[in-house]
Write a new protein. Structure first.
Length: 243
């Protein structure tokens, strides 16, 4: 279980917190979609969850391992940033080998995993090319493969569908479903509400740093008195963007 309790983060010179007393609890086997307008606090929350930012207050733990136990915590998570960065002179395969070395993945397993994930995300033929030659979508695929390579128990993805071609996007959605069915936890942010509606077992909606809703899409519909409302209309109603 991923548990965030009363997370707060302020940035110097800003009158309001970027994230304001946010609490979440997400079970294993869940695909949790994190939704919100631009500037709502999604990326700040994600950076705190993956231990790139320290909260000003509050706690984060996964299966009882707190984020402050830095190395032990980082060993059980995988992360794909919204704008992944690489050593551009490396090939894709060299980057993935570097990640496998960090996680001490045995040579035979790493070869199988790199090949299988490369095929699944349609990057296998470009793995021996320099990353500097990759398009944005190819870099996104490489970042996702790197996040999945060590089989993390918590997978955190910030806008993972951006730049992916339709087939790679379809394959990624299938991968995430399989990953969650194995008992792992997926946490990802997206602006593509149709993807969240189709893929996620639970949703969180944030605006101006405050969590407005956390639960299933069906429960959100019932809360608003109609089983026919689209996620788009519910999102706009909650965040005030439809006014």
């Amino acid at each position: 279980m991923l548990e965030c309790i009363a997370l707060t983060k302020r940035y110097e010179g800003k009158p309001k917190p970027a994230v304001d007393s946010l609490s979440l609890s997400i079970e294993g086997g869940e695909i949790f979609g994190f939704l919100g307008p631009n500037g709502a606090g999604k990326s700040t929350t994600i950076r705190m969850i993956v231990s790139l930012l320290a909260p000003d207050s509050g706690t984060i733990a996964f299966d009882g391992v707190e984020s402050t136990a830095s190395l032990a915590y980082k060993r059980i998570i995988g992360y794909c940033a919204d704008e992944p960065t690489f050593y551009e002179k490396m090939t894709g395969r060299e980057h993935l080998t570097f990640i496998a070395d960090i996680h001490r993945i045995e040579a035979g397993e790493r070869r199988e995993r790199i090949q299988a994930l490369g095929k699944r995300l349609l990057l296998v033929d470009e793995l021996d090319d320099a990353i500097s030659s990759y398009s944005h979508g190819m870099k996104q695929k490489l970042s996702i493969i790197a996040a999945l390579l060590p089989r993390p128990r918590l997978l955190v993805l910030d806008e993972p569908m951006v730049g992916l071609d339709p087939k790679a996007s379809f394959n990624l959605k299938s991968l995430l479903k399989e990953y969650a069915r194995s008992g792992n936890t997926v946490f990802f942010s997206t602006h593509v509400l149709e993807v969240a509606e189709q893929l996620c077992t639970k949703l969180g909606i944030i605006a101006e740093g405050k969590l407005l809703y956390s639960g299933s899409f069906e429960a959100l519909r019932l809360q608003n008195g109609s089983a026919d409302l689209s996620l788009e209309s519910l999102f706009l109603s909650l965040t005030g963007d439809g006014q």
